[in-house]
Design a protein around this ligand. Sequence first.
Ligand code: GDP
Ligand code: MN
Length: 380
Amino acid sequence: MDLYEHQGKELFRRFGIPVSEGRLATTPAEARAAAEELQGQVVVKAQVLTGGRGKAGGVKLAEDPTDAERKAEEILGLDINGHVVRKLWIERASEIAKEYYLSVTFDRGTKTVLFMLTTEGGVEIEEVAARSPEALARLHVDPLEGFQPYQARRVIYGAGIDDPGEQKQIMAIVGKLYRCFVESDAMLCEINPLIVTPEGEVRALDSKFTVDDNALYKHEDIAAMRDPEAYPPEERMAREKGVTYVKLDGDVGILGNGAGLVMSTLDVIALAGGRPANFCDLGGGGDAQGVVDALEVITADPQVRSILFNIFGGITRGDEVARGILQALGQMTIDQPIVVRLDGTNAEEGRELLAEAAPANLHVEPTMLEAARRAVELAE
Ligand code: GDP
Ligand code: MN
């Protein structure tokens, strides 16, 4: 789950990482009131779950409350990489002498926690990595040994930060960021820019924060930060029904049992020249209600023109799934043609059941590739 900048900063603040004071606003009037409370120059910042807000005109300095209200009017409703701005973070403006970059994430290759630090902050980190890789200092932390302060010293020297005051503050920030990352079950905490003010004070000016969905049950407070409006309506519906679903942008609806099978189904659709509309995993079960729920979510996407049902019978038998499909089709009307590929345990019995019932818009194919081709053809 991705957090908004202001939510990430709230977690930073709780772990003692310095951030600027700010307020949320959803209207220009609220932005004015926030600026009045904060006093002086403020920054008006679009809260959207995407980067590059500055370049897109979603981050603006304001001189006074009237100006903040005007800037809020400009930014609210703005479309930034497909994300419409509905919320603003009004923050006391900082004076910036230097912009650094600090992040912590997982390095899956070495199975360790990876810190990255560079004095070339403020721009996309991929740019720095491509243009001047030597400027990017890396630090691997073994999760079993945990973080040791001497490691922070090493990465700070590695990045070429030689001001003792900055070194001391960044030392502390690296340690706190490690705790924040581990204790929040985060997958990424990125501070870009980590600024140094003209007075030499170091502070997090931005936050990109991703928390592991599978750990949210341990963090009620973070789970409550989820903004349902930030997700496509189909995904919201799926979450409510307990269906494992991810929206994609093609027109062939996909339904399968088992994440691995569904992933390969997406590949086979691409191989057959089509584009999948979604990922949807029925899981182990194939009961009628599960199928109805999944089909309701899949067909809520107006782009779906055909549906491919890919089932491999294992512990869940093919005939059970076939009964589930038939029952589901009896309970609801589906306008799009459905292609079924059924294999594995009791596949024969399952296919017979489908053939006997023979619903009008149901096509049974013997292999995954043939089923994919058929589904793609029917979507045209
Ligand atoms: P992003 O573009 O989505 O990464 O948003 P950021 O929060 O990183 O802001 C973009 C840029 O706006 C920063 O790199 C800064 O240069 C600038 N900026 C943000 N906050 C302030 C501030 O308080 N004062 C000044 N002078 N510039 C700021
Ligand atoms: Mn940034």
